[in-house]
Write a protein that binds this ligand. Structure first.
Ligand code: S3P
Length: 427
């Protein structure tokens, strides 16, 4: 994929696809509920399709049409043993959340995914699930997938998670559905809370206090209608494009602005961004808004601590924004970025440097001295969707041409990314 520096402003409106985290959860919880769950604005990205395929392989009927997906839930104990290895593709969310569910079933199975998934840390879920009495092991003994899980009833526990990770938290809470009391998880900082919000709407007894979430075992979950908000992690690329390309004004419709996900808005505003929230609404606990983004003169900032989980997937594109802002941006406490679909810390430092940025990597983040002249380069996405999209935006603002190798990986979370970008450029 080749991107040229934009010589005219980005103008117009865009409706970005459904939230990836919420789409995954809608399928999983719908499968465990009794009756029909209807989901509109479901993200038809490869990751969420992996989740659908895993649940179909466990006997759940899921009808997927462009208007809605319909999940024919069979209740907490209605899954059946898959006849094959479950394939989670590139999806960490599928792998970790489904493991919590599988740990409590009355069958055994194996799950695995692509090369990236097979190198991502699964010790972080093996440990708490084992504490709950689960039989889960890394087949190759390296704490990564493939994972062999022999399901059976579990014990409820309290787990102090060393990482602020919604995938770990959700895995333990889902295993807690099959426990014998109350299961709770405390994390260092609150991570995205879609599991807590959505499970409670499905009928689970789940409470949150600070960074602790607790769930009562064996609830009766009932089917729901769910309208998935637009994904702020996908909106992030258009926020960045609107801010960086001179003269731009972009309206991004129906974006989820859950406070556990809206760190990018807070950081951009701290950098001087002109972003207005219009038409703010809330459905099933998930707030949404239209974002009006105008080109802005930006300056550096510090990003650290409890802010990090609220923008973890947006750090690559925030690094791009910082490269074009005046002054220094410091990102700390972001070591989790090393274990995403790729090592996003190392890759952002290497590739932004290749475009002329004055940037250095640190143990847990990066220091970006922004405002230096940036030029196009050939960037390998490493098959990481967020790397590909971040550099596509960098390419719009840098001199000359940027080429994204293996850029088709955007289909993981945003299949229409390039066509949406094209449409705005030509509006
Ligand atoms: C997700 C949680 C985050 C995020 C991922 C989606 C989720 O991962 O990076 O893209 O849906 O729960 P961690 O919870 O491991 O930080």
């Amino acid at each position: 994929m080749k991107i040229q520096k934009l010589s005219k402003p980005l103008r117009g409106e865009i409706t970005i696809p459904g939230d990836k985290s919420i789409s995954h959860r809608a399928v999983m919880f719908g499968a465990l509920a009794e009756g029909i769950t209807r989901v509109t604005n479901f993200l038809q990205g490869a990751d969420c399709l992996s989740t659908i395929s895993c649940f179909r392989n466990m006997g759940i009927q899921i009808d997927n049409s462009p208007e809605e997906i319909v999940i024919h839930g069979k209740g907490l104990h209605g899954l059946s043993a898959p006849a094959c290895t479950l394939d989670t593709g590139n999806s960490g969310t599928t792998t970790r959340l489904i493991s919590g569910i599988l740990a409590g079933q009355n069958f055994s199975c194996t799950l695995t995914g692509d090369e990236s998934i097979q190198s991502r840390p699964m010790g972080r879920i093996i440990k708490p699930l084992t504490m709950m009495g689960a039989s889960i092991e890394s087949v190759k003994g390296n704490n990564c997938a493939p994972l062999a899980i022999q399901g059976h009833p579990l014990h409820s526990i309290h787990y102090d998670s060393p990482v602020a990770s919604a995938q770990v938290k959700s895995c333990v809470l889902l295993a807690g559905l099959y426990g014998d009391g109350i299961t709770s998880v405390t994390e260092p900082y609150l991570s995205r809370n879609h599991t807590e919000l959505m499970l409670s709407h499905f009928g689970a007894q789940i409470t949150s206090e600070g960074s602790t979430a607790s769930i009562q075992a064996d609830p009766k979950l009932h089917g729901l209608d769910i309208a998935v908000p637009g994904d702020i992690s996908s909106a992030a690329y258009f926020i960045a494009a609107g801010l960086l390309v001179p003269g731009s004004e972009v309206l991004i419709r129906n974006v989820g602005i859950n406070p556990t996900r809206d760190g990018i808005l807070r950081v951009c505003r701290a950098m001087g961004a002109d972003i207005q929230l219009l038409n703010v609404k809330e459905a099933a606990g998930e707030p949404t808004a239209d974002l009006l983004v105008r080109h802005s003169t930006l300056h550096g900032t510090v990003i650290e601590g409890e802010l990090i989980p609220t923008l973890i997937d947006e750090i690559p594109v925030i690094a791009v924004i910082a490269a074009f802002a005046e002054g220094t941006t410091i990102i700390r406490n972001a070591e989790e970025l090393k274990v995403k679909e790729s090592n996003r810390l190392d890759i952002m430092v290497t590739e932004l440097k290749a475009m002329g940025c004055d940037i250095e990597g640190t143990d847990d983040g990066m220091i970006i001295h922004g405002g230096k002249p940036m030029h196009g380069a050939v960037i390998d996405s490493r098959l990481d969707h967020r790397i590909a999209m971040s550099f596509a935006i960098a390419g719009l603002a840098a001199d000359g041409e940027t080429e994204i190798l293996r850029g088709e990986c955007v289909n993981i979370s945003y299949p229409e990314f390039y066509s949406d970008l094209n449409r705005l450029q030509n509006a």
